[in-house]
Every structure is written in structure tokens, then in C-alpha cells.
Design a protein around this ligand. Sequence first.
Ligand code: CDP
Ligand code: CDP
Length: 224
Amino acid sequence: MSDSVNIAIDGPAGAGKSTVAKLVSEELGFLYIDTGAMYRTLTLAALRKNVNTLNEIELSHLLSTCHIQLLVDQKGSRVLLNEEDVTEDIRSTEVNQNVSLVSSYQSVREEMVERQRQLAIKTNSVLDGRDIGTYVLPNAQLKIFLTASVTERARRRHEEQLSKGMPSDYEQLKADIAKRDELDSTRAFAPLKKAEDAIEIDTTTLSISEVAQAITDLAKERTR
Ligand code: CDP
Ligand code: CDP
């Protein structure tokens, strides 16, 4: 049995999971574990090595060669693949368009989930993803399911890209997000789904700080 406190934040793309999870983890002094970044890193590795994303066995083998590290340091949250900083590269359109397929395979998920549990068991942590409350940590002390309308989620991503000086096509983003929602929630193994005991927060009209505050308050109540 783990003595650590775990907060699970699940929901679709652009619902605000990672932004809010980071704030909540900082406020509580918990580790932030971005599970989506892990699936994105494997996807990047597959694209770089021309591994066929339709081939589960090859992907599983590739994963066994990927040392994925999630770090927080003075540069912020960073993701390393075999010691190389891939924080920016894992957010590319190509990764966006392939990650849900790569994440759909049971053997890939089982290995990722094992790595996530090993991290969560050791330390108080906030994990965000799609299956944290339902599958990775069914006994998490607090489970949150964040949602927002697809137009608002695409708008947020669009603004985010533009603010970084990157090109952005709103309609393309919206189509990609809708496609990912569909794949993530209909896959056979550990799909995106609200856990029965999760608290759902519709963030469509809420600010980042309002959502973070609500979750921090709930966490403090639960772990008092
Ligand atoms: O940040 P965004 O919501 O766009 O995506 P992400 O959290 O980085 O996750 C990228 C993709 O990884 C998702 O669309 C899922 O296909 C997959 N994923 C998953 O299957 N299970 C998780 N626990 C986290 C992510
Ligand atoms: O991790 P996830 O894909 O769920 O979303 P995110 O990457 O945390 O948030 C996507 C974008 O929406 C970021 O640029 C956030 O700053 C923004 N956001 C927002 O405008 N209002 C919220 N309540 C939450 C996030």
C-alpha cells in the first residue's frame, strides 16, 4: 500500500489539465506527472525512427528503449528522451495527429501505467491524463474530471500557439481535437471516461486560477 497522496486530473485535450495540475502541484508541494507527455514522447520516437504506428509489437519494443524523464527545474517543466530535451518537439502537429493511435495499444499502455504507478507510489503527486482516475490510480484521494466545449478548447490552443509566435489554424486544431476526443474515448483499453467518484468541473467559462483554487481547496479538505 502506498502512503503517498495522489490527485488524478483527467479530461479531454485543452480542458486545462496540465496548466491547472502544475499550479495545484506547486501550491501543495506535490510532484506533477504529465502522463500525456510520456505518450507524446514515445510517439515522437516512433516518428523519428520511422516505426510503423500501426505495429503494436514494434512500438512496445521501441518503448523498452526509451528512457523518459519528467523534470521540473529553473527552466520549468521539461521532458527528456534518453537524456535529450524534447519538451518542444513533443507538441508538434505530427505528434498531435499520431499520439492517440500510439496510445491505443494495450501493451504500450500497460508499460506506461507501470512507470506512472512507480512514480506516484513514491511521492505525493498530481497526475493528469485520460485514465488516471479510472485505471492508473483507482484509489487516488481526489479525482477531478475537467471538461470544456470543443470550440473553447480549440480557441485556447489557438491562442496558445499564437502567443508563442507559432502558426496556427483554428479549424485544423478544432478538427484534430475532436478526432483525438473520439479516438481516446472509444478505444477498447482504458478509454477516456469520467470515474464514477470523480468531481466534474466544466471550465468553459472559468479562469485558470478559479479552477486551480477549487481543486486545491478540495485537496486540502480531503487530506486534512
Ligand atoms: O495536452 P493534451 O490534452 O493535448 O494532450 P496530452 O495530455 O498531452 O495527451 C496526448 C494524448 O496522449 C491524448 O490525446 C491521448 O491519446 C494520450 N494519453 C492517454 O492515452 N492517456 C493518458 N493518461 C494521457 C494521454
Ligand atoms: O492539458 P490540457 O490539454 O487539458 O490543457 P492545457 O494545455 O492546460 O490548457 C490549454 C490552454 O488553455 C492553455 O493555454 C491554458 O492557459 C488555457 N486555459 C484557459 O484559458 N482557461 C482555463 N480555465 C484553462 C486553460
